[in-house]
Write a protein that binds this ligand. Structure first.
Ligand SMILES: O=P(O)(O)OP(=O)(O)OP(=O)(O)OC[C@H]1O[C@@H](n2cnc3c(O)ncnc32)[C@H](O)[C@@H]1O
Ligand SMILES: [Mg+2]
Length: 193
């Protein structure tokens, strides 16, 4: 089965390719001739996931899935949430985003947060949504150099290392994205039966 992964984020491709293995043939946006930015204009992660997938389905007629993710911090009423990618501004810089989050949490005792991924799948025109979530807390400062985005300041509950200190396999086995992808794979496998 051939499916396009509608993302321009190479880290997501790396994480998801490992999780999917050889179960499905995943093609990139470039491989289907899509070189543009995908629209993400809504106020929720769910809607933005569908917006990206719908763009590819409508313009290229290819079955596809999109991942929209965010980090939601309890003491900040769920922020950055849907604004996670450009929290500190349109430059979408990971260090700037983390610095702003750490600054906004200064003096707050509650550092609980979770990552959330919504995967929107459009297969032969049918739409499905899969969600994954991981609870944890925001560290006082960056720890580790792996991963991407907010990984250096997020420590999942029950672990003593940040996502940026984990291998890709370790992160994938517990992460928001890993959980959402597992649901996607199970769904696709039942479809093939
Ligand atoms: O929309 P696409 O092209 O897929 O790529 P993107 O990077 O813009 O991705 P999102 O719109 O889903 O934005 C979510 C942001 O959340 C952050 N993020 C998402 N998943 C993450 C993860 O596993 N670890 C750390 N940060 C993550 C990162 O800053 C992303 O840019
Ligand atoms: Mg995006």
């Amino acid at each position: 089965m051939q499916l396009c992964f509608a993302t321009n984020n190479r880290h997501k491709i790396e994480e998801i390719s490992r999780l999917v293995g050889t179960n499905f043939h995943i093609v990139s946006l470039q491989e289907i001739g899509c070189y543009e930015e995908l629209p993400e204009t809504h106020d929720t992660i769910e809607e933005n996931a569908f917006e990206k997938a719908e763009y590819v389905w409508e313009h290229f007629g290819v079955s596809c899935f999109a991942d929209d993710s965010g980090i939601e911090v309890e003491a900040l009423n769920g922020e950055p949430g849907v604004n996670t990618a450009f929290y500190a501004g349109p430059q979408r810089n990971a260090n700037d985003n983390m610095d702003l989050l750490l600054k906004n949490l200064q003096g707050k005792a509650n550092r609980n947060a979770h990552f959330r991924t919504c995967i929107a799948l459009i297969i032969n025109g049918e739409k499905h949504l899969f969600e994954g979530r991981i609870e944890g807390h925001i560290l006082e400062r960056q720890q580790g150099t792996g991963g991407f985005g907010y990984d250096p300041i997020f420590m999942p509950s029950g672990y003593q290392k940040s996502f940026a200190e984990m291998t890709l396999d370790e992160k994938g086995s517990i992460s928001h994205r890993g959980k959402a992808v597992q649901k996607l794979i199970e769904f696709l496998q039942t479809m093939q039966k």
